[in-house]
Unconditional design. Structure first.
Length: 223
């Protein structure tokens, strides 16, 4: 009888541990985006990129610098945050040690009025262009950080992937070892459950009905 209970509780324990792990990955759209990206690289026999939480947090700051303005992201007069903002604003906001900022070897940024699942954001928005595939499969990257956020609790939704060639244990390191969780928005690598409980994503369905569809994308090697 005692053995039976022991087995039963072991079974229960491992089952709940398993469920817990699953929730950790699926409850953060930025982590899901990195998973989709790494799956795609693996299928091309490219090594998996390290999901660096410091770089993920910086990716979130990067899209926040657009202040929700989707119009300036793509097109002929596209704007991007200044390189100096990495050290001046993004790193301190994230608790990233400025001296460990490493070279950005690529970026993919997109915004769209409508929220879509991370796997769709990857394949249907970020990977729409042959240039983006070239960036994805580049041999220059060793690590990645991704982020997603809405604007004022609704659209437009910004997706950002930053690539770097830094060493995983010594680049974008976090003071005190922990990423500063800055809401709203979600970023990858921090084992942070980022879901509707945090006000994200909010009123997705309603927004997708009332929004006029628009989309803008920017791809670049380096900054
Ligand atoms: C990788 O992504 C590209 C662009 O979405 C797609 O065409 C390709 O089929 C994907 N490869 C795999 C193995 O999923
Ligand atoms: C990779 O890095 C090298 C050296 O910095 C550079 O010349 C090359 O253009 C990069 N390749 C890509 C695909 O970014
Ligand atoms: C970081 O990793 C490199 C190689 O992957 C290793 O040589 C180095 O000792 C590591 N540094 C620390 C501080 O763990």
């Amino acid at each position: 009888m005692a053995t039976f209970f022991l087995l039963l509780s072991l079974l229960f324990f491992s089952a709940s541990a398993h469920i817990h792990n699953v929730i950790r990955v699926t409850d953060n759209p930025a982590d899901q985006l990195v998973a989709a990206l790494n799956n795609n690289r693996t299928a091309k026999k490219e090594p998996t990129l390290y999901d660096n939480p410091g770089l993920g947090c910086i990716a979130l700051q990067y899209i926040k610098a657009y202040r929700g303005d989707c119009n300036v992201l793509g097109g002929d007069d596209a704007k991007k945050p200044f390189d100096s903002q990495f050290a001046d604003t993004f790193a301190p906001n994230c608790g990233v040690t400025a001296s460990t900022l490493s070279k950005i070897t690529g970026r993919l940024v997109a915004c769209q009025s409508k929220y879509v699942e991370p796997s769709k954001a990857f394949s249907e928005i970020l990977m729409k262009d042959s240039k983006s595939l070239e960036i994805l499969y580049s041999k220059n990257h060793t690590e990645v950080g991704a982020a997603v956020t809405g604007t004022d609790g609704g659209g437009p939704y910004f997706w950002c992937v930053l690539f770097s060639n830094g060493k995983s244990n010594s680049s974008f390191t976090l003071e005190g070892g922990e990423a500063k969780i800055t809401k709203p928005g979600c970023f990858s690598g921090a084992n942070d459950v980022c879901s509707s409980a945090n006000g994200w994503p909010r009123s997705l369905t309603l927004w997708s009905y009332i929004a006029t569809a628009f989309i803008a994308v920017a791809y670049a090697f380096g900054l």
